[in-house]
Design a protein around this ligand. Sequence first.
Ligand code: M6R
Length: 612
Amino acid sequence: MCGIMGYVGGDRASGIILNGLTKQEYRGYDSAGIALCCKEGIKSAKIVGRVSGLVKLVENMPQECLEARSGIGHTRWATHGGVTVTNAHPHESADKMVTLVHNGIIENSKEIKADLKAKGIDFTTETDTEAACQLLAYLYDGDALAAMTGLVRSLTGAFALVIMFRDRPDEIWCARKGSPLVTANSGGASYCASDPTALLEFTHDLFFLDEEEMAELKPEGCRFFGFDGARKEKESIFLNWDSIMADKGHYEHFMRKEIEEQPDVLRLTIDTHTVLTSVSMERTLDLPDGLMRRVGHVQFVACGTSHYATLVAQNIMESLDDEVDVRAEVASEYRYRNVRGGDDTLAVFVSQSGETADTLAAARLARSKGTHCIAITNVRGSTIDREVKHTLLSMAGPEIGVAATKTFTGQISLLALLVMQLLKDRGSLSASDEARIIGGMRMLPAHVHSILEREGEIRSLAEKYSASKGFFFIGRRECVPLTMEAALKLKEIAYLPSEAYAAGEMKHGPIAMLDENLTVFAFVPDNDLREKTLSNVEECRARNAPIILLATEGDSKAKDHANDVLYIPRTERELFPFAGVAALQLFAYHVARTLKRDIDMPRNLAKSVTVE
Ligand code: M6R
């Protein structure tokens, strides 16, 4: 989604803003722009394309603009209006009094535009944003707070707005409803950004704007207001991330770096929430006493990769206790269905970013029904962290690549432990299962490490199959979520058609598509379902599809069924996805690399999806 960076202080604003935009490039965008408060008024530079192009434009701006001490910048991911320089942000009001950038969608922009046009105001862009810009200028009579209050009350939809007034060069104004915005003050300067990683080099004490909150940023500090204009006191949140963690280092891509960080993520999660072979999350979770004895229904709710992580959790939960009704739901559907809720239901909302609009809406719906809610997120201070009382933080550190990798691993390890904690509280987790799974989890960092050591083999395989017209990923039971995640990774970063299927479903339709041009990648751990899955593999082979197997180390017979076999270490049955996912991430990565795709910033995608 779009990225915002704002600065007001004593240093050159242009460099700080361009650097902040670069750090948020991973969010996904198609055009970029900056506005600087120069002596002769506010001046903008905008471009279709990358921030690197914007840097060159800014270099050619007048010296007085390069010296500017305040400014705002934006990377736009087009929603309303084509990808053009005119539609790129910042936007300026007709009277040049207001310049603003916006993330989100203003739903009543047509009505606002019609109203202002009737008052004689001309519009120059196709964007919904310009409606907010012109309306604010219309409302402004020298009192910024009053105009801001009037503006936010008139807008419907979702927005993070960052604004400069021509006659207030030492101020930036912000407003948030539905789209994230974080501010900070440090060393005589104030900052704002869409993403906290852009601010970490200045300070770790951050002010995350709440829903329906505004901020006034000045070099000496930030002041906060409700949408009614009333002052609000706000505590900063300390974000325990290192700016180096958000750095690519010597790696070619963030995604590759983040794949490699997974053993550490596993180790940290397991060490934090277990003692020897026991799960120990009670204090972190702090749920009401006896809750799990009362709850008969558990819902896991998320989008995309986070949803696949919850499918892994669903599988573990039902394998350990068949009496709990457990469902993994897609948040964008959950929010519009008449789902069960109330005191006998526990819903777990999972979002890496903590800002996904559908997941937030689903959580709000569940809370309104009196459902007990837990959130799992990777971002302390994110909206879901602040809105849901019981939050567990995954410990993956900042993830910059658009394709989720280490955060998936962080989520599934945390979810596995949460499932065990909940079943333990319910009295339905046997000590032997607990010790078996936690013992198995402790081996995972080494297992993933050994997969990373086989990168050369995986790369060769990826190169060999990168000409394939498409892929089917098939597996059974605990492997089904892994087929989905593998297919999604390949779609996202290699843009290849890839389908995920429960292996037994192939002959109910999809097998009709198979021929020598479609590769079948089957997951056949050495367990009770191995033979059944291999029968499905043989059915695919008989239709001339090239076959790759993901099999358990030591299963030498697997190669009798396939063109190629990728072996992964033997794990506890429930943990096959935990070990296997690194191999599949590397496979997708190297297919995409062979095809010369933009791996960290795939086309049309955004890191956090803050609109519906
Ligand atoms: O931040 P969230 O976990 O809520 O994001 C959900 C999805 O948008 C996300 O997982 C998406 O599918 C990723 N790009 C997958 O790699």
